[in-house]
Design a protein around this ligand. Sequence first.
Ligand SMILES: Nc1ncnc2c1ncn2[C@@H]1O[C@H](COP(=O)(O)OP(=O)(O)OP(=O)(O)O)[C@@H](O)[C@H]1O
Length: 359
Amino acid sequence: MLYINKISLVQFKNYSQATFSFRHRIVGITGRNGAGKTNLLDAIYYLCFTRSYFTNSESQNTQYQTNGFRLEGYLEKNNQPEKIICTLKDGRKEISLNDDKYDRFSRHIGQFPAVMIAPDDADIILGGSEERRKWLDSLLSQLYPEYLDHLIIYQKILLQRNTLLKNMATTGQNQDSLLDVFDLQLVMHGVPVYETRKAFLQTFIPQVQQLYDYIAGTHEIVNIQYQCTLQEEDYATQLHQARYRDMQVQRTTTGIHRDDLLFLLNDHLMKSSASQGQRKSFLFALKLAQFEVIRQHKNFPPLLLLDDVFEKLDQERVSRLITLVAGENYGQVFITDTHAERLQQAFAGASADIQLIAV
Ligand SMILES: Nc1ncnc2c1ncn2[C@@H]1O[C@H](COP(=O)(O)OP(=O)(O)OP(=O)(O)O)[C@@H](O)[C@H]1O
């Protein structure tokens, strides 16, 4: 089991200094609009992922007019106490687990799994392919550390290859042998990423379908189609064939950095044809299926961070969601709402006790 017992925030977003202790499996976080409910969820997310769920810019995580923040989390994993400290000071970030500083933050990913469901998640369906890759990468990185290693190296090489292509255009110099080296490395690290994504999606889709039927309360066929240039041809050949074009456009035009996922409902593209309600049900199904695969893989449930679900779902779907998360397959669940009474009432019939925290 994974629990967070206590968190302290110093100069994190709107919190100057605050400590929260969690005693129950279900924790309701209440407060008016703008009080800091989402920020508290994000602080928990930060401890698990070494980054914010909402922004890549650390300055946005730091309280206005200050130059750093500190988060301390006291957790329990399989009955062992665990302490995570994340600090940012003058742009320098440090993360430690049980007072041991990490050399590479990627080593932390997957040790304290968590799933966030937040209003901005609609971008996974409506946004560009980058949003969908980001979602899939975050999921797979929690399951397979080697996936994250391949991805990090691939992105580094990609950047170097693109810089070289630009330099070649400016200088007019032929750099074929250096391109050969980069291509070899892209193949070495891109192919495992492709294979992991492909294999994962095959087993994942039935789980999304099952949860969609449950949340939506009706059966419609959901599908996720994986689009990757590597499906068409051997990657090394592809890179070689695309080299002239890459030189013209000064960037790498084939590879897993161009992948996309097509979300389909009854064979139609969800982005353009699904209703808002259908999209919401799908997003919940996607995230809860993510929760389920992580739970099965780790043998304990991840933390579940639910932001503003009452605003997002109708009464019927909220009550199905609550029945699910109060059940025995779920671990610690954090849920935000502006109305304490609504939260209390929603969990009144459920088997788990709820602790309400006002921010
Ligand atoms: N870096 C920062 N420094 C100080 N305050 C910040 C910072 N970033 C955000 N805030 C403040 O945090 C507040 C938003 O907090 P948050 O999103 O957690 O609210 P919330 O309780 O979830 O609200 P809602 O119910 O509207 O979703 C805003 O008042 C915003 O000004």
